[in-house]
Structure formats: C-alpha cells, structure tokens
Design a protein around this ligand. Structure first.
Ligand code: FE2
Ligand code: FE2
Length: 306
C-alpha cells in the first residue's frame, strides 16, 4: 500500500516537473523571439502631443465625481498624466519586490533547468521595465509618487519572507491589474503615443510572466489550514496593492486637496467599477487556485474589487 502511494506521489511530482519544463522552454523561446530594449524602442526625444490624454478619462480615479466636473479640460489631462506616472511608480515598487522574490525562487533551485532560467529572464525583463517606467515618469516631468510610506515598508517585509503562493499569487495580481489598464491604453489611438508605446512593450512581455505565475500557482496543492493562512496573507497583499495604486498627492497637481481627492475617489462608483472590472479575470484565477475564500473576501471587498 505504502509503496504504491509513494509511487503515485513520485509520478505526480515527475509530471509536475515535466509541465514546468515545457512551460519554461516555451516562454524562453518566446522571449528570444520578441523582447524589447526600452532605451532604444521608445522615442524619448518626442514631445507630448498637445490636448491628448495619457489614459482614457473614464479610468481616472475622479472621473464622474463633482470634483471632476469642476476641472477644466487641461486640468483633466494633467491629472491623467499624474495618475499614469503614479501607477508607473507603484509598478516600479512592485517590480523591485518581484525581482527579489524571483531571485529567492531561483536561489534554491537548479540553474541548469529551463524553469530557473526563465525566472532569471523574467528578472531581466522587470529590470528593463523599471528603467522604462522611471524614464517615462521623468519624461512627463512628474514626481515618482510611489505607494506611500506604509505600503513601502510592508513591501520591504513581504519581499523578504513571502511564500511560494504569495510570490506567484501577488505577482499575478499586480501584473494582471496593470495589464488590464495597459491593454486598453494600447487600443486607444487618441492617447499620448509615448505612454501607449510603453504600455505596448509592457503588455507583450508581461503576458509571459502571467503565464509563468499562473501555472506555478495552479500546480501547487495546499492543505486546508495552510490554505486559510495563504488566503489571509493574499488578501492583505491585494488590499494594500489596490488601495495604494493612486497616491493622493497626485490631486495636488491640479489644485485639489489630497485628502478631499482621496475621499472622492474612494466613494466614486466609477472608480470602484473600473477596479472590479480590471480585477475580474485575476480574481477568477486566484479563486481556482484556492486563494480566495471566506478568510479574505472581506479584504477584497474593502479594496473595491469584488
Ligand atoms: Fe513588468
Ligand atoms: Fe512582470
């Protein structure tokens, strides 16, 4: 009996390794075929197009509020610029966390495997993305707002101690949210060409990262107790990442008091609906991986994504 069970477990683990290898080989081949160098592939010498938004107006956190109605067209465009710059700076915060988590993942594994080589390739991608986002923020003449002090410090702890589920669950969550916003940006030809090009590069390379994280997530099985703990921690990660996407300091750029802006955005049904829509797909995947449940649904609701 015991021998049969052991044989079964070995067979399952071997199959898992085969799947891992196949996925990584496919992703490595795709990276070799289509990767970007943002220092060369973005026209940094171009000027912003007058009158063009940086993101579609209905994805701006104050869209549809009373405060929005009070803004002139120029101020609305200015706010769109600061919100895109802010999300990019939060993107850098998360990519730096992710790079460290992936390095920890690679550190304990065999570097000759395709799986580890893809982890290293992804780190290289994220490294270029962070430089690209930083350049875009500077090109816009906006500050690197970041997610705020508390989220910054929580990130410091998270990147050092995250478990396998949190590494890939957290990664997938942030990547999917950014991906959903950026896919819309690439499709909207009325937007600033430079922020669209940055979005396009990111969308193409991130689709591989999302596959890598998703397959790692669904491959693992968690016991009932462990599952609850992972759900709770996952809920905290999702809550922090979502509620810190827009730093209230952006509102000051258009003469709105940051506290008043934050309050209006929090109550804004359009902004809540935008977040729910952008998170729908990834919440579904996390749910299938057993990472959404009673333990964290209240945190997801609090973040405005369910
Ligand atoms: Fe990235
Ligand atoms: Fe990524």
């Amino acid at each position: 009996m015991a021998t049969t069970a052991r044989k079964d477990t070995t067979a399952v683990l071997e199959e898992r390794d085969r799947q891992r290898r196949r996925t990584a080989e496919r992703l490595l081949a795709s990276s070799a075929k289509l990767s970007f160098d943002p220092l060369k592939d973005v026209d940094w010498a171009s000027e912003p197009v007058p009158g063009a938004y940086y993101i579609t107006p209905h994805r701006i956190s104050l869209y549809g509020t009373e405060l929005w109605e009070r803004l002139s067209e120029e101020q609305r465009i200015e706010l769109s610029k600061h919100e895109v710059a802010c999300v990019a700076s939060v993107g850098i915060w998360f990519e730096e966390i992710l790079m460290q988590m992936l390095l920890r993942h690679a550190f304990d594994r065999d570097p000759t495997t395709a799986h580890v080589q893809y982890a290293l390739t992804e780190i290289a991608d994220e490294c270029r993305h962070s430089v690209m986002f930083a350049r875009m923020i500077a090109w816009m003449g906006a500050p690197a707002y970041g997610p705020g002090r508390l989220a910054h410090e929580l990130g410091r702890v998270f990147k050092a101690i995250s478990t396998h589920s949190q590494t890939f669950g957290g990664t997938m969550y942030v990547e999917e949210i950014l991906d959903a916003f950026q896919r819309e940006m690439t499709a909207d030809e009325s937007l600033q060409p430079l922020s669209r090009q940055v979005a396009r590069i990111h969308v193409i390379e991130e689709s591989r990262h999302i596959t890598y994280a998703r397959e790692e997530l669904v491959r693992q099985d968690l016991g009932p107790v462990r599952r609850r703990v992972e759900q709770l921690l996952m809920g905290i990660v999702i809550h922090v990442a979502t509620t810190h996407l827009i730093n209230p300091r952006v509102y000051a750029a258009v003469g709105i008091d940051p506290k008043e802006g934050r309050r209006a955005a929090r109550r804004n049904p359009h902004w809540r609906a935008a977040k729910t829509e952008m998170a729908a797909k990834v919440v579904g995947v996390l749910d299938r991986a057993g990472l959404v449940g009673r333990t964290n649904r209240w945190l997801l609701r609090g973040a405005g994504i369910v």
